[in-house]
Design a protein around this ligand. Structure first.
Ligand code: FAD
Length: 500
């Protein structure tokens, strides 16, 4: 740590408990949190980062890199391994390039959604972003975790095109065509010569990403948006089976989320506004709430983006395709120059954080997010199992089914009051059960909380966990001292493996 202080300055090494608490998992349900870091170091540039990584290698100090550390619902800034030192990259926050012609940006880890959005606006750049529901985090950290937004470029990892990565020995590598020092296509061509490495540095602990190229969406001339409401619980199957073909055929470009009403209500008020009792909110109260807020049991949002005449034709086709299954959508029209809030563009906001207040007290949430086929019956069955498990521990069900090109990410938000010990214990019973139940049906998770990374890896059992052996072989080669994010995604360096 003294060496770190001489590299980054004493005021950028945080060791006092009052400082380190900012890097804890703010939503932890555990009474004895096993993910407390020992310190945090905030380098100002690549040279300082490199000196810190080389020192950590010499002294075998485990590090946990974060971009902005806002990974809430999945562990926040906290490391899997207790005592690891947080490498806070939020000071590496330059927007290095935004290229309007080729529609990409090149950014450092500390660039947030708000900063990039402001940069595009201030410089009158005709490119749009996709943003997560809670946008206080970093563009890079979210993409590396394969985060998602509601806009057409909402599969954030899929927009990555070329990275710069610091390996555990301090060496810097550029991926894709960036491997050529005078490359002219680093952020415009995803695949160069040889193996493709961008994916290897997403949801892994094989390197620290120091720069990333990300594709942005050319701003459309017009948009058309509709809200679809499904009144009954069982309508989930109809919603999925009606909407998935629109996605598969390319009529809708963004992932189509079908959200349960508790989630939408939680953005407006805590549940005490409707119900002050214990346990699960009764269905008759839910019905009253839906009537008051004008919500269906499930709600979905569609937006078409493009040339006005083209999207008018798409809207007509969509209405025709949906006519036998659901009520015809009413589209609202937006065109360039109208107020942006009605455009369907990704505008960063922190609104969704209000959901953690649902159960009162010091709130929190955990995301359980299995991947399933885009099939209505299977989605409804998965929903029923998850709902029953939520109810068994006295929690209201809140879930979203995000229809992607061929599959669904089912994000179940477990909302709780951290001041209620019994509720926190219920959450601890619920999560492993959800993992187990989903795995029994062939559904693995797309992303998980730091408490459950080993449990999720345990479900990846093909050929006696061959994937874990492959990951460990790569880890041992790239990071033989095991300093980078031990335990992340269940990938443990050799020196910790017997303990995990
Ligand atoms: C109410 C609410 C709603 C949310 N909605 C969404 C949503 O719609 N979509 C969504 O995707 N998420 C959502 N989230 C989850 C989360 O807030 C975001 O994903 C957030 O963007 C992640 O934080 P971050 O960008 O600061 O990443 P960080 O916390 O900085 O990074 C996440 C992880 O990635 C790794 N990492 C980060 N940077 C690097 C690096 N440079 N090199 C190597 N590894 C690195 C680390 O393991 C780190 O722990 C939501 C959270 C809340 C509370």
């Amino acid at each position: 740590m003294t060496r770190c202080e001489s590299v980054v300055g004493r005021d950028r090494v945080f060791r006092e408990p009052a400082d380190v608490v900012g890097y804890h998992d703010a939503f932890s349900v555990l009474s004895d949190d096993p993910h407390i870091p020992s310190a945090a170091v905030a380098p100002a540039d690549i040279d300082e980062l490199q000196a810190v990584v080389i020192a950590a290698n010499e002294h075998k100090i485990p590090l946990w890199p974060i971009s902005k550390g806002q990974n809430l619902g999945y562990g926040g800034a906290a490391p899997v391994l207790k005592g690891a030192v947080i490498i806070d990259l939020s000071r590496l926050n330059r927007i290095l390039e935004v290229n309007e012609k080729y529609a990409y940006c090149e950014i450092e880890p500390g660039v947030g959604f708000f900063e990039l959005h402001r940069y595009l606006e201030d410089n009158d750049i005709d490119l749009w972003m996709s943003v997560p529901g809670y946008a206080m985090g970093s563009v890079m950290g979210n993409a590396l975790e394969r985060g998602a937004g509601a806009q057409p470029y909402g599969d954030h990892a899929a927009q990555i095109c070329g990275m710069e990565v610091m390996l555990a020995n301090g060496e810097i590598v550029r991926t894709g065509t960036g491997a050529m020092s005078n490359s002219t296509t680093w952020h415009t061509e995803k695949f160069g010569f040889g193996p493709s490495w961008d994916g290897m540095f997403c949801q892994s602990n094989f390197g620290i990403v120091t720069k990333v190229g990300l594709w942005l969406m050319p701003a459309p001339e017009a948009t058309m948006s509709a809200v679809l409401s499904f009144s009954e619980e069982k309508d989930l199957a109809t919603a999925i089976d009606s909407l998935y073909p629109l996605k598969r055929q390319g009529l809708i470009e963004h992932n189509i989320a079908v959200l349960s009403y508790v989630g939408l209500a939680s953005y407006t008020a805590p549940r005490s506004r409707w119900y002050r009792g214990e346990g699960v909110m009764p269905e008759e109260i839910g019905a009253k709430l839906r009537a008051e807020l004008g919500l269906g049991w499930w709600t979905s949002f569609l937006t078409l983006y493009g040339y006005a005449d083209v999207i008018e034709a798409q809207a007509k086709k969509i209405t025709e395709l949906l006519q036998d299954s659901i009520a015809p959508p009413t589209f609202n029209r937006w065109k360039k120059g109208d107020p942006m809030e009605f455009s369907g563009a990704g505008i960063p906001s922190a609104r969704d954080i209000q959901m953690i207040n649902w159960r009162g007290g010091r709130g929190g949430h955990l995301g359980f997010s299995p991947l399933l086929p885009a099939d209505g019956r299977l989605a409804y069955e998965q929903y029923q199992r998850a709902r029953d498990s939520f109810h068994e521990v006295g929690l209201d069900y809140y879930g979203a089914f995000a229809i992607r090109d061929r599959s669904i990410i089912n994000i179940n938000e477990i909302l709780y009051n951290r001041d209620d010990r019994a509720m926190c214990e219920g959450v601890q019973q619920l999560f492993p059960r959800l993992i187990k139940e989903a795995a029994a049906h062939g559904y693995s998770e797309y992303r998980t909380h730091i408490d459950y990374m080993d449990a999720v890896v345990d479900t990846l059992d093909h050929n006696q966990h061959a994937m874990a052996r492959l990951n460990h072989a790569v880890k041992d080669t790239l990071d033989p001292q095991g300093i980078l994010a031990p335990g992340k995604q269940g990938i443990w360096p050799a020196r910790y493996r017997h303990k995990s």
